[in-house]
Design a protein around this ligand. Structure first.
Ligand SMILES: Cc1cc2nc3c(=O)[nH]c(=O)nc-3n(C[C@H](O)[C@H](O)[C@H](O)COP(=O)(O)OP(=O)(O)OC[C@H]3O[C@@H](n4cnc5c(N)ncnc54)[C@H](O)[C@@H]3O)c2cc1C
Length: 295
């Protein structure tokens, strides 16, 4: 199918983009990499009358890696993040997650912000954002600006707290200080590059004796939004993570989810995959792995 007719406007500044979003309201949609929006338009699941191209705005591509955190412009291409050695050192979990996102071609065009606003429940970057407790910076012409935690941003499948006249400007990713940071990301999908039936991510900080000092982990693809489990993660602190503890925590996390059944997997199978992937990433990270299973 072809998209319904639309007007295309190339924004020449962020102020211009925000003014256009204000003027056209729900009729307009920003387009970043177009890797989700264009297929949605072709299937006529999205029919914006005005397509507002924000991809060339330098204001939305600023990147700053600082000791306490990374400031990342919303339209930073996924492939740029994946290939930055500086970002991989600061945010290894984001690099791990990106290796599972689509294909090289989609990551060349797809942006970090586009993935977050699209909010597919099985998408990898939203899961990394909730596990790392990222915060999102939204701006609008009339309403000014606001910051919102990733854990409050995802409201349901393809549904976020972004207002119809708001643009995601940038993200702040906290960076944990100190030594012994370990991360892992894993998922199960029909084929590599497909959306996950279940995905799991974790970041741990281990001391020299392998005792966990700080932990965060989460699951994607089971509920309508990616989930982090801060209370359960706290139970890892002060302990050495072995297979038994990892399994126990993975079962406890999955018990808090409510997966549905679809063409690819029953709810029970998704729960099983949730336990397997989460237990796997906890053990991988505890053993010092930092890379994803597949390239
Ligand atoms: C073959 C294929 C396989 C894929 N596999 C995966 C996968 O495994 N995992 C995965 O996560 N994704 C996958 N994707 C989707 C994808 O590549 C993207 O990561 C992403 O969802 C879209 O990013 P984008 O920049 O292209 O956003 P776009 O498609 O341009 O926009 C997506 C949505 O976000 C809105 N938007 C974009 N930027 C902003 C902003 N700054 N402020 C406000 N709203 C904004 C748009 O209006 C639109 O509603 C796949 C895509 C394809 C084509």
């Amino acid at each position: 199918m072809k998209a319904a007719p639309f007007e295309y406007i190339l924004a020449d500044s962020l102020a211009h983009a925000l003014e256009l979003l204000e003027r056209h309201g729900h009729e307009a949609k920003p387009i970043a990499g177009g890797q989700s929006l264009v297929p949605m338009m072709a299937m006529r699941l999205a029919r914006p009358a005005v397509l507002l191209d924000i991809n060339r705005l330098s204001e939305l591509r600023q990147l700053a890696v600082r000791p306490g955190g990374v400031q990342m412009g919303a339209t930073t291409p996924q492939r740029v993040v994946e290939h930055s050695a500086e970002l991989a050192r600061a945010l290894p979990l984001v690099r791990d997650a990106l290796r599972w996102v689509g294909h090289i071609q989609t990551r060349n065009r797809g942006t970090v912000g586009g993935s977050l606003v699209h909010a597919d429940p099985a998408a990898e970057l939203p899961l990394a954002a909730v596990v790392l407790d990222a915060s999102l910076h939204l701006r609008s012409h009339a309403g000014g600006e606001r910051r919102i935690a990733a854990r409050d941003f995802f409201l349901g499948p393809m549904f976020t707290a972004t207002g119809e006249t708001e643009c995601l400007v940038d993200l702040h990713w906290p960076v944990w200080s100190g030594e012994g940071i370990r991360t892992a990301f894993s998922e199960v999908s029909m084929r590599h590059g497909d959306f996950a039936m279940a995905a799991a991510a974790c970041q741990l900080q281990l001391d020299a004796d392998g005792v966990c000092r700080r932990a965060s982990f989460g699951l994607g693809g089971l509920d309508g939004t990616p989930r982090a489990f801060p209370e359960l993660a706290q139970q890892l602190v002060g302990r050495r993570i072995d297979a038994r503890l990892a399994d126990e925590l993975a079962h406890a996390a999955v018990a808090q989810t409510e997966p549905g059944t679809d063409l690819h997997a029953s709810a029970d199978y998704r729960r099983h995959l949730g336990v397997v992937t989460l237990s796997r990433v906890l053990q991988q990270a505890a053993q010092g792995h930092t890379a994803a299973l597949q390239p």
